[in-house]
Design a protein around this ligand. Sequence first.
Ligand SMILES: NC(=O)c1ccc[n+]([C@@H]2O[C@H](COP(=O)([O-])OP(=O)(O)OC[C@H]3O[C@@H](n4cnc5c(N)ncnc54)[C@H](O)[C@@H]3O)[C@@H](O)[C@H]2O)c1
Ligand SMILES: [Zn+2]
Length: 363
Amino acid sequence: MASIPGELSRRGFTKALVVTDRVLVAAGVARRVTALLDDAGFAYDIYDDVMPNPTIEAVQAGVAAFGLSGADCLVAIGGGSPQDTCKAIGIIVANPEFSDVRSLERVADTQNPSVPIIGVPTTAGTAAEVTINYVITDSRKFVCVDPLGIPVVAVVDADMMAGMPAALKVATGMDALTHAIEGYTTKGAWELTDALHLKAIEIIADSLPGSARGDEAAGERMALGQYVAGMGFSNVGLGLVHAMAHPLGAYYDAAHGVANAILLPHVMAFNAEATGEKFREIARAMGVARTEEMTIDRAREAAVRAVAQLASSLGTSASLSDLGASKDDIPALAAAALAAVCAAGNPREATLDDVTDLYTAAF
Ligand SMILES: NC(=O)c1ccc[n+]([C@@H]2O[C@H](COP(=O)([O-])OP(=O)(O)OC[C@H]3O[C@@H](n4cnc5c(N)ncnc54)[C@H](O)[C@@H]3O)[C@@H](O)[C@H]2O)c1
Ligand SMILES: [Zn+2]
């Protein structure tokens, strides 16, 4: 963290717009970074009007704040919501023809790199500080994929995450586990990303319970594990869990990690037949003993069970009813999930009926 003012000055920047949210300002988390900027005499303004599941309006207000501030760089302090908002701001300032935000969906034809961003995550986490994606919400959540938005520096410091309430550690940690498992089994996966994802599964499964209990060393491991997962999935994509979680964020403002944690075991069970030996490796990385002696069916069951047991031992919601979801919305949710960019990466082809069944099972 202490290196942030130097990283900014060394690049010739003179003023930052800090993008964060009000909870982090009130809790003094953003202050840990802005105090360093104050000490170094580095000028900055703060834009903190970001809510979870960030909206087009939040991005546009941030673009306006950047213009008014006279800043030449961005510092994102927060979980995925401020990180993603900051990426959209940086891309639009550099490519103003995309100021409607919506036209950035999927792969947009942006030409200019984002205003340089230093990403400082406070959750562990989305890994948005290292990925090519950002997710914005209007009537639905839409994923923008743009390597020009990757921060120039990621400052991954577990001290910035230590103050998370336990439930937030669990939700964001389950998001990171979902990235690792979906990235490991996604269609485009290959040896290099497999190595990153398996390592991430191992680290996260081993350290998330301790981190949720407040163990400092486990918190450090979670900061690493979520980042390693991000280095993997940013290169290959995700799958049906994310495709199905995003409509839940748009419809019910569901916390992203909570939605993923509910869906993950169901989608894993559905995908198992299309994953070769990979679920055996997942089971081993989750700490299941003697996986090499199991039939492939048993190993697959063991992987799904290990993930479901971890989620339930951490006390996360088990059902979509807990999110306030309504069964009447299933047809619309299923259509939105199938149309989502992440669905294309799922290892097993899913029909509308399959996705409907998966949502139904998760109630
Ligand atoms: N860009 C990507 O690759 C990517 C990947 C996964 C998810 N996402 C997106 O990221 C968003 C979710 O991000 P998130 O799960 O990190 O949560 P978040 O940023 O939405 O934050 C959730 C809440 O936690 C609070 N919070 C964050 N850090 C805290 C801390 N250290 N102490 C106390 N409170 C803290 C925030 O103020 C907020 O109220 C979703 O919109 C999701 O779609 C993006
Ligand atoms: Zn995610």
